[in-house]
Ligand binder design. Structure first.
Ligand code: ADP
Ligand code: MG
Length: 147
């Protein structure tokens, strides 16, 4: 399959769909970067490693979804980095290595259900990324990005 998949690109503004208000801000890639993703990669939630600019490598969850703004004919790719940043980083270069799949895209009946699913995704990502074979990919992060 296409994993692990490494990619870097500028962080652009999303549509402010409230992810920050839910406590899970998601850094959005531009359409151009989204189009560089493998076209056959399933939509859903993934885990992996990420870094902003020349910063440290952190755990992340990344969602690939159908973008309602484009009537669901284009995808969006959004990364929540499991780290407390002091400031926003719009315009900076986000580097990601996508390692594994957590679940498919879902619709939720309530905000509470959505929030608890995201929290479970984050816990699952943390557990997975502590496995030796996944920690190894953190050490290989910059090599994977260089291809
Ligand atoms: P938008 O709709 O513009 O993407 P969000 O509410 O999803 O707005 O917030 C995303 C922005 O929050 C990112 O572009 C980034 O600048 C900032 N941010 C701060 N902390 C994080 C984090 N831990 N993970 C992702 N983005 C973060
Ligand atoms: Mg976002």
């Amino acid at each position: 399959g296409p994993l692990p998949f490494a990619c870097r690109g500028e962080v652009v503004r999303g549509f402010g769909r409230g992810s920050r208000q839910l406590g899970v801000p998601t850094a959005n890639f531009s359409d151009q970067v989204v189009e560089s993703f493998p076209s056959d990669i399933p939509t859903g939630v993934y885990y992996g490693w990420a870094s902003v600019g020349n910063g440290d490598v952190h755990k992340m969850v990344l969602s690939i979804g159908w973008n309602p703004f484009y009537k669901n004919i284009k995808k969006s790719v959004e990364t929540h980095i499991i780290h407390n940043f002091k400031e926003d980083f719009y315009g900076e270069i986000l580097s990601v290595v996508v390692i594994g799949y957590i679940r498919s895209e879902k619709n939720f009946n309530s905000l509470e259900a959505l929030i608890s699913a995201i929290k479970e995704d984050i816990e699952e990502a943390k557990r997975q990324l502590d496995l030796p074979e996944h920690l190894k990919l953190k050490d290989d992060f910059f090599h994977l990005l260089e291809g």
